[in-house]
Design a protein around this ligand. Structure first.
Ligand code: FES
Length: 577
């Protein structure tokens, strides 16, 4: 059967010429022979395992499960290591390296004799990075999500990634927990392999990969240590070989309908704000210019949040509970009114077929649309003179009293000066102030560090204040919460209005009417603009410099300008043979 296939890898291995001699002899150097590769699809298993990345530490073993599946179906699996980005550890920001990883994935697929790809990722930026590269390479591809960790625990108390870290850090600053309790939280909040187990960026993005049709049905919800994760990995190995026979590529899956499905599911999950940037970048790579911020805002008004998971939902429920409740396929059965069920997926079947047999096992964890966590408002996109290109906020994860707020700005040009105020017990700040942090955007950060959930001033924390309006051109962790306006575009570093704001200016935010306004008249803004100049670039050379020169703004997905693809345009391959 496979001998009839016209395989890309045969261009390296099947010809009787000098180049093929070299390729074959080097394959034989690794102990392989014709029986391994002749007429068989070569499946690159791109593995982002690293001893620096706790979220992917099980991938070292899991790759064997994928290989087993590939071999069972007559393919030839070869593991290929990639960059590994751990969102909690990489500094200054993993987003800075998302595009580097995407370029690596694309070029490694292109330059080796690869017929199909299994992408092993899951920690926040690795999912979009790998998908971005694979979209441009456009060979049959399955994304294999790392799966969430089990719930955290300390002294009998359930702990959730991120959200409890922020919460207990504030408690510690306020002197309300002991050192022993704090150390218990440090050691108990992440107990084993897998991604953050709240509905943060990792779980949102792997869910989006599945909703896009790029992961096997149900794959994104299985906890990393569950035996079902091993079985899913083997199924991915089996299925990828069949995808070569079917010639099923990302370009046949990633239509506008697929992206609208992904946004619907993201909204129902309670969507990390980071996902907006990644989904727009993925759509642009797929040649779809018509997927943008307005789709998020429109769908957010229509689709209720029904995943009752932290940080948006009930603090008792984490991704483990979501899996037991039926996981993503079950959630999608409650969204059929909003989904394009004909969209094709890597299973070889439509999204509708994939979820036909799915069932919700816990109506409190996966709510009905009639009894949602929030009727609307997973995300809101605000526009106004402070953000003509748009900015985002999570109405479902903030104090209602800040949905409409007008207050005096306190402006900070960098994180160290902000931190000084935050830590000052005598700071001249009230709950009504609007804290602004700028020069933390795509170019200014660079890479939009997750500084957007600006810590509350110590003075106010001690008074019991738990939320304030905060504005930045930065991002925030998907596990964060609060009245934080993020991704202001254009950013301050390129001269957006945010760069012109001054302490004492009045700022008005109105989430229901989707507006954000700096109360300074145009002539004064023009005077300030004439005197403005950008701060010095943080990188003079290397990848950082290339990033600053080519990164697009948040509302365009933060891809590199030279990596975009036009609709219907193939990224193409160099004519090597
Ligand atoms: Fe890896 Fe959160 S740090 S998913």
């Amino acid at each position: 059967m496979t001998r009839l296939l016209k395989l890309r890898s045969q261009r390296w291995l099947a010809n009787d010429d000098f180049r093929s001699f070299n390729h074959r002899s080097r394959f034989m150097q690794m102990g392989y022979d014709r029986g391994d590769w002749d007429g068989k699809p070569i499946v690159a298993i791109m593995n982002s395992w690293s001893e620096f990345n706790p979220c992917h530490m099980h991938f070292r073993q899991r790759v064997d499960d994928v290989k087993r599946g590939v071999l069972q179906m007559g393919g030839f699996p070869l593991e290929m290591p990639t960059l590994s980005l751990n969102d909690a550890i990489v500094k200054p920001s993993a987003l800075l390296y998302r595009n580097m990883m995407a370029m690596e994935v694309e070029e490694m697929i292109r330059c080796y004799p690869v017929d199909a790809v299994v992408l092993m990722g899951g920690c926040d930026k690795t999912t979009p990075a790998m998908l971005l590269g694979a979209i441009s390479a456009d060979l049959p591809t399955i994304f294999l999500p790392a799966g969430p960790m089990l719930r955290g625990n300390s002294q009998g108390q359930t702990l959730g990634s991120g959200s409890d870290a922020f919460k207990f850090w504030d408690e510690r600053r306020a002197g309300r927990i002991t050192e022993t309790q704090w150390e218990g939280i440090v050691s108990g909040i992440a107990r084993g392999p897998g991604t953050c187990m709240t509905m943060g960026t990792a779980s949102t993005m792997t869910g989006i990969a599945e909703a896009l049709g790029m992961a096997l049905p149900g794959a994104s919800s299985i906890p990393a240590v569950d035996a079902g994760h091993q079985r899913m990995s083997t199924q991915a190995g089996r299925r990828i070989v069949q995808m070569v026979h079917d010639d099923l590529r990302p370009s046949a899956i990633l239509t506008r309908d697929a992206f609208l499905n992904a946004i619907v599911v993201a909204m129902a999950m309670g969507c990390s704000t980071n996902a907006i940037i990644h989904v727009i970048a993925l759509a642009r790579r797929a040649g779809l210019k018509d997927v943008g911020l307005d789709d998020f805002d429109r769908i957010s008004r229509d689709v209720p949040v029904i995943a009752n998971i932290r940080p948006n939902g009930d603090s008792r429920y984490l991704m483990e509970d979501f899996y037991y409740a039926g996981g993503l396929p079950a959630l999608m059965t409650r969204l059929t009114r909003h989904l394009r069920l004909d969209a094709m997926t890597v299973s070889g079947q439509s999204l509708g077929r994939n979820i036909e047999d799915a069932k919700v096992h816990d109506d409190d964890v996966i709510r009905t649309p009639e009894r949602p966590v929030y009727r609307e408002g997973s995300l809101a996109v605000l526009r106004g003179n402070l953000a003509p290109g748009g900015c985002v906020i999570k109405p479902g994860a903030m104090s209602e009293k800040f949905l409409r707020h007008r207050g005096p700005a306190m402006v900070f040009d960098d994180y160290p000066s902000l931190k000084k105020m935050i830590d000052d017990p005598e700071a001249d700040v009230t709950e009504d102030h609007v804290i602004i942090l700028r020069n933390a955007g795509p170019k200014g950060g660079p890479g939009m560090p997750e500084w957007g959930m600006i810590p509350l001033p110590l003075k106010l924390v001690r008074q019991g204040v738990r939320d304030m309006l905060r504005i930045s051109d930065a991002r925030m962790s998907g596990t964060s919460y609060g009245a934080c306006v993020l991704h202001v575009a254009p950013e301050a570093y390129v001269g957006g209005t945010l760069a012109l704001a001054r302490t004492g200016d009045m700022v008005a935010v109105d989430v229901p009417s989707r507006t954000i306004h700096l109360d300074v008249d145009e002539s004064e803004l023009a005077r300030r603009r004439a005197r403005w100049s950008p701060p010095p670039a943080r990188y003079a050379r290397g990848y950082g410099r290339m990033f600053i020169e080519h990164i697009l703004q948040a509302d365009d997905g933060c891809d590199m300008d030279f990596l975009l693809t036009q609709a219907g345009e193939s990224a193409g391959e160099p004519d090597i043979f």
